[in-house]
Design a protein around this ligand. Structure first.
Ligand code: GAP
Length: 417
């Protein structure tokens, strides 16, 4: 990952994903979609526009209330989030602060060529509202029965006063959210079920129980729409901080949109003949925060063959590169030819994989260790004799000799487990 617009000095709070970072992020995203959408029968995916009618944000309460307390130093004029400060003096120059102001975090823009009040729109600060406004579309076209959920992955934007800690607090980031609709009487049951599923998925991507902690958010700290929230926190190197949230949003959003838009977003129960507004449980994941947590958790220092090494102990299912194939020696054409063949065969079944013949074999292993590649396959002189290769395990450095024909199955098993 690189600072956004780096050659121009960057743009605070933006990050660009390079080839490996993007693949890692996509693997995490796909694992989430598979678990929370594809493997279930009660979930419907949507992909709503990022720009939404400003009335959405009036109804949701974001125009009135999505703000952070802002103070400015009277001396150096630096701006700070008041609730992130310790003490009442500027940490940079000891200057006095101005009175606290409320600063709305939504990015404002104008849609169309005329810049007036009527053309104002906002970049969405959460993907959630894209699902509430599509509730009726999904109801009318798929007729789901309660409980059911809408899921969406997409960018969200917040004009954070002080973006910091790498991907943790950015101004442009990605969310993976679910709005799960239920009868009011059943919200507790579904809340608990998501609580369990969230922990299982975190473990699927390599975030073990030891580094994830649940925090029951007290009423005074909860968002305006929430009757109960649990923050799932992770032990980042800069402290224990929120990775994702699970909230009971009640019928706040659907009711607000019914009132504002006049649309009928009610649910009719065919059995009880009752019409009511559904309540909603919201698991809300920050994708970039998950990427950062996975990287922090995977970062490992150890000693191998008497030398210190740093490697990423990523779970094979989310490692960006699944395997690397090497000819033992670059200057032996028969080894390179065979290695190319093994690489081509393996690539038919497992992707992405890489071919590397650059530098000595030890250096090639270390390069793969650094990016978390779980397996390195080496083609040596025995391969030419008996069609076997060595497979080196990233975590132990141990090498096993296997038949080339069995290679794909062995690696596939690890990736899928
Ligand atoms: N729809 C509910 C909602 O947006 P939130 O707690 O404000 O709730 C949900 O945000 C998640 O989005 C957070 O738990 C975090 O993972 C991620 N997130 C929020 N602000 C972020 C930021 N500035 N940078 C990166 N991720 C952020």
């Amino acid at each position: 990952m690189f600072p956004g617009s780096e050659i121009y000095g960057g743009l605070a709070g933006t990050w660009d994903y390079g080839p490996l970072g993007l693949t890692l992020k996509n693997n995490i995203k796909n694992s989430w979609w598979k678990k929370f959408v594809e493997e279930r029968d009660d979930m419907y995916g949507v992909d709503a526009a990022i720009l939404m009618n400003a009335k959405v944000w009036e109804a949701s309460g974001h125009i009135a209330g999505f703000s952070d307390p802002l103070v400015e130093c009277k001396n150096c004029h630096k701006k700070f989030r008041a609730d992130h400060l310790f003490g009442d003096k500027c940490p940079d120059c000891e200057g006095e602060f101005t009175e606290e102001k409320h600063f709305n975090m939504m990015f404002k823009t104008n849609v169309g060529p005329v810049e007036d009040k009527g053309s104002v729109s906002y970049l969405r600060p959460e993907t959630a509202q894209g699902m509430f406004v599509n509730f009726k579309n999904v109801m009318d076209s798929f007729h789901p029965r309660l409980p059911f959920g809408l899921a969406q992955i997409g960018k969200a934007f917040r004009n954070e006063i002080s973006p910091r800690d790498f991907l943790f607090r950015a101004r442009e980031f990605e969310q993976m959210e679910i709005e799960y609709f239920t009868r009011e009487s059943e919200w507790g049951k579904h809340f608990e079920s998501f609580r369990t599923e969230i922990l299982k998925w975190l473990s699927d991507i390599g975030l073990g129980k030891g580094s994830v902690h649940e925090l029951e958010v007290p009423a005074e700290d909860r968002a305006h729409y929430s009757k109960r929230t649990i923050d799932f926190e992770f032990d980042y190197p800069f402290g224990r901080k929120e990775l994702l949230g699970l909230a009971y949003r009640t019928d706040f959003d659907l009711s607000a949109h019914i009132n504002k838009s006049g649309a009928d977003l009610s649910y009719y129960d065919e059995e009880t003949k009752e019409r009511f507004t559904s309540h909603c449980i919201e698991p809300s994941f920050g994708l970039d925060r998950a990427v950062l947590a996975v990287l922090c958790e995977a970062y490992t220092e150890d000693e191998l063959g008497g030398e210190a090494r740093v490697f990423l102990k990523l779970k094979p299912n989310i490692a960006p590169i699944k395997a690397a194939v090497f000819p033992l020696l670059k200057n032996k054409p028969e080894l390179v030819k065979k290695a190319r063949e093994v690489f081509a065969e393996l690539k038919k079944e497992i992707r992405p994989i890489v071919f590397d013949d650059n530098g000595n074999i030890g250096k090639r292993y270390r390069r793969q260790d650094e990016i978390g590649t779980p397996y390195c396959v080496t083609i040596d002189f025995d391969t030419l004799e008996n069609d076997t290769v060595t497979v080196r395990d990233r975590d132990t450095g141990k090498q096993d000799r296997v038949k080339t024909g069995e290679l794909a199955a062995i690696i596939k098993k690890a990736i899928n487990s």
